[in-house]
Write a protein that binds this ligand. Sequence first.
Ligand SMILES: [Zn+2]
Length: 414
Amino acid sequence: MSTTYNGVPSLKVHDKQTTTGLVYQLASQAGPISRIELAELAHLAPASITKISRQLIACGLLHEVNAQQSTGGRRPINLQTRTDNHQIVAVRIGRTTLHTGLCDLSGSVLASREVPLNASNGEQLVARITDEISTLLAQHKDPDKDLMAIAMTSPGLVNTLAGIVHYLPHINLAEPLALTEQISKVFHVPSYLGNNIRALALAEHYFGCAKDCQDVIVVRLHNGIGAGIIIDGAVLLGQAQNRGEIGHIQVNPLGERCHCGNFGCLETIASNKAIVQRVQQLFESGYSTSLNPDNLTVSTVCDAANQGDELAIRVLTDVAENLAKALATTINLLNPQEIVIGGHITEAWGVIKPVLEATLQRQTMASFIKDLPIEASKIERHSLLAPFALIRRALNKGHLLQYMIDQIHGQPTP
Ligand SMILES: [Zn+2]
């Protein structure tokens, strides 16, 4: 029987993985917890819990702890997840930088490195990632702890299930890049791949302000603009593995030409580059501002807006109105429970949020916008949480647990 950890497993393996993942997930959420309580929560027979917990203890992922002393009798034993026995590597491929981090299973970053990307084709990209991971491991990995897995996030179009990068905005790929296969071959552990923004949405769902919220839209405005859509607790990917290109929704039919070929896409107004260019244009047209035109970034524009600079407020108001137009379309389609916005513009959240809310009130179904929280991301800057979220998903879904259990029994390699 073949077991695939990234691909579609056979039904039997899938059931086993799912059940193991469920037990691990419940133990990590509700632990310390007794085996009986776990059986009740998971709707499984106590014998199944005994077998799965024995396997997870053997892998070093669960341990037994003494429960509170009850009145007399034997001291009950509880189960708790262990986050310190294994280490993982999280990799964030940016447009200009490569960020790697060594983490434990709680997501705490034990050591990290950030270097210029310096790659102009797929082969160089794989070599750079391999070098950086090797250096990180050589300098910081605890020799007494196992490297469990590697997770990578990338801009552009990726196939998460197959671990393949199809398109990068900054690197010319002659052919689709089988990234997880190549990285797993070098480091002999399972590896996972996701799109930056879709993985960020997952991180918001696991650890951020949308924690445990089942239907969320996360929009990140940076060099490009993308959305990660969580529906029923899972990232919406689809057959093409990429959904949420909110940056290419047209908000101004008479607007600037976008790199996608269309005119007036949201990205032509609300990307970092577009914001800085708009401020520059207005400054050159003679608008007065406290901003120094030689030192324009979205952060300096936000600072000026927070200080009451009229030009900065005017530009950010226009950005927020157009962002709200694109958001209104997605809210009317998907009726989410929460909206999370990430990116430098959130540094002027006091300016942005009221405009977003007012525009959404006008353009969205009344019952959809009523009580809909619109939050600024608090974890977006902790960019390694996005790749780490892929590891958390692989644990919760059981793929990674099954791999470790099979390793102990001398079965398949990744
Ligand atoms: Zn476009």
